[in-house]
Design a protein around this ligand. Structure first.
Ligand SMILES: C[S@@+](CC[C@H](N)C(=O)[O-])C[C@H]1O[C@@H](n2cnc3c(N)ncnc32)[C@H](O)[C@@H]1O
Length: 210
């Protein structure tokens, strides 16, 4: 147990879970509201501590949410967070090799995961394959160039996290205009062929429809 916590993936999962995974709670709720799925199947790519799937599936017995991630320590944390919810499951899986059949999902999301992908083209093709026709892939990345923290997106305990901390993390782990353009180019070259680019809160967002 201690060995798995102290591994590289375990330390990353711990740091994320007690930091952003906690203070992004309003962000996960806002994204779940935007996805606005009542029934069917939802896939969260690079689900990390699993919160988005929990919020998407909460109070929706007709909906099944599946989170996938390559970091098993993250998934152990996600399992803890989901508690007894039966309509949320997590699996170790590379988004570039999704095991589900064509046309399985009513919506797919990836929040703060795309900047990690080593084969973005493969992930985009896999997501296109597993989406049902007419359904969408919601791709969110924090805006590395954001200069203020919008109201209603970060949960604070006292003064933590201060704006400067949050902005520094977006600068470090978010996408700047150049990387965002590269992602949009990869989308144009994929089976999606393009999508709707915009913003939601402090995120740059792409909505790609099959
Ligand atoms: C910064 S975390 C974001 C976690 C979560 N989406 C959130 O917003 O809290 C990025 C996650 O993407 C996962 N990831 C990176 N590449 C992946 C891949 N090819 N397939 C599945 N998960 C991946 C990482 O292991 C990590 O847990």
């Amino acid at each position: 147990m201690l060995k798995s916590v102290l591994s590289d993936g375990g330390l990353k999962a711990l740091a994320y879970d007690v930091g952003p995974g906690r203070y992004y709670q309003p962000a996960y709720r806002n994204i779940a509201s935007a996805i606005d799925l009542e029934a069917g199947a939802f896939l969260d790519i690079g689900c990390g501590p699993g919160w988005l799937s929990i919020y998407v599936a909460s109070g929706k017995p007709e909906l099944d949410a599946i989170g996938i991630d390559i970091n098993e320590a993250m998934l152990q944390r996600a399992e803890r967070h989901k508690g007894t919810r039966l309509n949320v499951t997590y699996h170790t899986m590379d988004a570039a090799q999704i095991i589900y059949p064509e046309g399985t999902f009513n919506a797919v999301a990836a929040v703060q995961s795309a900047h990690h992908w080593t084969d973005t083209a493969a992930v985009l093709e896999e997501v296109y394959r597993v989406l049902k026709p007419g359904c969408s892939f919601y791709l969110y990345e924090a805006d590395a160039e954001a200069s203020e923290v919008p109201d209603g997106w970060i949960q604070r305990q006292g003064v933590f996290p201060p704006d400067a901390w949050v902005l520094r993390n977006w600068k470090r782990y978010g996408m700047d205009a150049t990387r965002w353009e590269e992602l949009k180019q990869a989308v144009r070259a994929s089976s999606f062929g393009g999508g709707e680019a915009g913003r939601h809160g402090f995120y740059r967002r792409l909505v790609l429809t099959k």
